[in-house]
Design a protein around this ligand. Structure first.
Ligand SMILES: NC(=O)c1ccc[n+]([C@@H]2O[C@H](COP(=O)([O-])OP(=O)(O)OC[C@H]3O[C@@H](n4cnc5c(N)ncnc54)[C@H](OP(=O)(O)O)[C@@H]3O)[C@@H](O)[C@H]2O)c1
Length: 258
């Protein structure tokens, strides 16, 4: 049976890889992110990989409103999603979007800016998607929902705000899993460690830092999007049918346990 799947953050990195890998199963795919041109490229790869249908939708998920509601209504016109992968996210402090001089000045104004920007990038992008879909009946009975945290939620991210906003998704997932469990809906969180070959670091990952992060793993290498996609494919499948309310770390052993 064709599964209806929604992947956010599908224009780049981990989300793009997940979209293409899930397309290999029998799927109707909806791909969400802001950059239409990048989404179109991924949509082409997903069709080539075998998806039954692919609908790329350019939308800012941190902005609840008419554009998002219209996009989600169209996407769910034929029924709710069986799999929802909320991979959209960013460390806003790396984005270069802050007003000129703010980061250099530091202090409370800079802190307020990056905390708010990271809240929008990591919490609202997930919450507006999931709650928007729930409002429209867009979560099918028996669905698998996946949220994206980070190793940073366990050990910090330097400035606090990226890590803190990823950690905020953990209790949200627990509450969602409780609320939706009676409908057979599973809710889990994946928390990747350092994943190379993504747009996440905005060109600011030095060779030396790459080696340091790879060296912190027990497997001696950096992760790549395929490493996350494999786990996501399992969590999206009936093979993981008794797994809900969990946070699954994917970090090559760079952070143990939890
Ligand atoms: N790479 C890592 O080392 C790492 C580690 C731990 C966790 N993660 C998490 O993994 C997820 C995927 O990141 P990635 O590494 O693949 O980075 P990436 O290549 O930069 O991808 C991030 C994706 O999120 C989308 N996005 C960001 N803000 C959005 C918004 N407001 N509305 C809609 N889409 C938005 C981006 O698309 P547009 O720019 O086109 O909107 C892009 O598709 C993120 O949640 C990230 O925090 C990454």
């Amino acid at each position: 049976m064709t599964r209806r799947i929604c992947v956010s953050g599908a224009s780049s990195g981990i989300g793009a890889r997940i979209a293409v890998d899930l397309a290999r199963d029998d799927t109707d795919l909806t791909l969400l992110a802001r950059r239409a041109d990048r989404l179109d490229e991924v949509a082409t790869r997903a069709r080539e990989a075998g998806a039954a249908s692919v609908s790329p939708v350019a939308v800012d998920l941190s902005e609840p409103g008419e554009a998002l509601t219209t996009a989600l209504k169209t996407a769910t016109a034929n029924g709710g999603f069986d799999v929802i992968v909320a991979a959209a996210g960013a460390n806003a402090a790396l984005s270069g979007d802050a007003p000129a001089g703010l980061a250099e000045a530091g202090g409370a104004a800079w802190a307020a800016w990056h905390w708010e920007a990271n809240f929008r990038a990591n919490v609202l992008t997930a919450v507006t998607l999931i709650e928007g879909l729930r409002e429209l009946g867009g979560v099918a009975d028996g669905a698998s929902i996946l949220l994206f945290s980070s190793i940073a939620a366990y050990r910090g991210s330097g400035s606090g705000s990226y890590a803190g906003t990823k950690a905020a998704l953990h209790p949200y997932a627990y509450d969602l899993a409780s609320a939706l469990g009676p409908d057979g809906v599973r809710v889990n969180v994946v928390a990747p460690g350092y994943i190379a070959e993504t747009g996440f670091f905005q060109g600011q990952m030095s060779a030396q830092r790459h080696e340091t992060l790879a060296g912190q793993t027990l497997l001696g290498r950096a992760g790549v999007p395929e490493d996350v996609s494999g786990t996501v494919r399992w969590l999206a499948s009936p093979a993981s049918r008794h797994v809900t309310g969990q946070i699954i770390q994917i970090n090559g052993g760079a952070q143990l346990g939890h």
